[in-house]
Design a binder for this molecule. Structure first.
Ligand SMILES: [Zn+2]
Length: 195
C-alpha cells in the first residue's frame, strides 16, 4: 500500500516541486502561514486542497470532528505557536457535511468504544440543541437537515471554546486575529462561510 504513496511522491517532485524550486527553497528554511485551520481528520476533507492553498500558507490542526476543547494540551500548543510565534491572522474552524463524528454524536455512544464517546462530549451541546429543535426527524431529508444542524452548531461551540483561551480572546479583541467558521460540502465541493 505504501508503495503507492512513494510512487506518488515521485510524481509530486516531477510535476510540482521541480517546477517551483525557488518557492520550495524558501519554504525549506521557514514558514509564515497566514491562517490556522482546525479541521476534521476525515480523509475526504483536505482543507488546503479544497481552498487551493499552496504549501506554507495554512497551519493545520486536525482531529475527530474539528473540535477545540478548552483543556486540550495538543490544541493549546498549536494555538500558542500559531498565534504567538507564527502570528497567523485568521483562525478557522473547518466543518464539513457527512461528518462521521457528528453522526456518532447524533446516534449515541457505542459500548465498544472507549475514547470516542469521551472526545465527543466536547460537542454534546450541539446534539442537545438539535434535539430541541428537531426531536424526531422522520424523512431522510429531515435527518440530513438535523445532521447539518449538529455540524454547524458544533462549529459555533468550538469557536466559543477557542475564545475561552485568554490569549485568543485578547488577540481577537485587539484585532490581531479574526475567528471564522467555514463549512465544506462533500456533495458540491463548495466551501461556505458560516461564521
Ligand atoms: Zn468529520
Amino acid at each position: 500500500m505504501i508503495d503507492k504513496f512513494l510512487e506518488g511522491n515521485k510524481r509530486f517532485i516531477e510535476n510540482d516541486f521541480a517546477k517551483d524550486r525557488e518557492y520550495y527553497r524558501k519554504l525549506s528554511t521557514g514558514q509564515s502561514p497566514t491562517a490556522l485551520v482546525i479541521a476534521c481528520s476525515d480523509s475526504r476533507v483536505n482543507p488546503e486542497r479544497v481552498v487551493d492553498a499552496k504549501m506554507g500558507e495554512i497551519f493545520v490542526h486536525r482531529n475527530i470532528g474539528n473540535i477545540a476543547p478548552r483543556d486540550d494540551a495538543n490544541l493549546a500548543t498549536v494555538l500558542e505557536y500559531a498565534v504567538k510565534h507564527l502570528k497567523v491572522q485568521d483562525i478557522v474552524v473547518f466543518g464539513h457535511s457527512d461528518c462521521g463524528a457528528m453522526k456518532a454524536l447524533d446516534a449515541g455512544a457505542s459500548d465498544e468504544d472507549v475514547y470516542i464517546p469521551e472526545w465527543l462530549e466536547h460537542a454534546k451541546e450541539a446534539k442537545i440543541l438539535a434535539d430541541e429543535k428537531m426531536p424526531a426527524p422522520e424523512t431522510p431529508e429531515a435527518v440530513r437537515e438535523k445532521r447539518k444542524m449538529i455540524e454547524i452548531e458544533n462549529m459555533r461551540i468550538q469557536l466559543e471554546n477557542l475564545r475561552a483561551y485568554d490569549f485568543i480572546r485578547k488577540a481577537e479583541e485587539e484585532g490581531k486575529i479574526a475567528l471564522h467558521g467555514l463549512y465544506y460540502s462533500l456533495e458540491t465541493g463548495e466551501v461556505s462561510r458560516v461564521f
